[in-house]
Design a protein around this ligand. Sequence first.
Ligand code: PEP
Length: 253
Amino acid sequence: MRKQIAAANWKMNLTYQQGSALLQTLVTTEIDLKEHQAAVFAVPFPYLEMAVDTVQHKKNYYIAAQNCSDKKSGAFTGEVSAEMLKSLNVNYCLVGHSERREYFGESNAVLAEKLNICLANGITPVFCCGEALATREQHRQNAYVEGQLKESLFHLSKEALLKVVIAYEPIWAIGTGKTASTEQAQEMHAHIRSVLKNQYGDSIAEQISILYGGSVKASNARELFASKDVDGGLVGGASLIAAEFIEIIKALK
Ligand code: PEP
């Protein structure tokens, strides 16, 4: 079975003390993850070391960064490299969240570099894609997402692609309380998988985890995750509340 992942994206929320307390609650809650399931926490940079320490003995719990530089090292004040993340035993990194694309101008080409540098450092990139409301209203969402995949992922070899997780996050559903319907999510996930199939073949495409993101909550996670091509979720707001995120982890297939 494909890996099923509940990924938390804390964004720029919580103090160090609040974040530490939230993680403590989560690791001390009895949740028995199966071999093919994982819980991933994308925390702010200054909390990475604490977070890695907190989850290190918990089976299939991992820590992610929310971003990394597309450059290896050097005079890039304020940036954090993939090599630095690796040196902290960080296993995952979000790449191309729509907020990074929109507010920090990250292009598909820059994201391709970020994917390369994560993979070169043994970090699993969670590549985010998804369309804006206007694109969906014009029924152009399939072509739009296909373009994002082509421009950022298609230079990767089959072996490299197998190390990537994809998160489909329609921008109109992020932080809005408006979730894509199960049908809309499944339809886009199946489309993404078919795009991967055309480029990389059936067997590779079938192995790639595709998460859904956009107002996932305890109350809708189980139904969304039950869809054939939905392999878990990337969760913002609801991941800041222990009781909510615990139910989301438990909702994994
Ligand atoms: C996100 O930050 O990736 C996200 C999906 O946020 P929310 O769950 O709050 O919509």
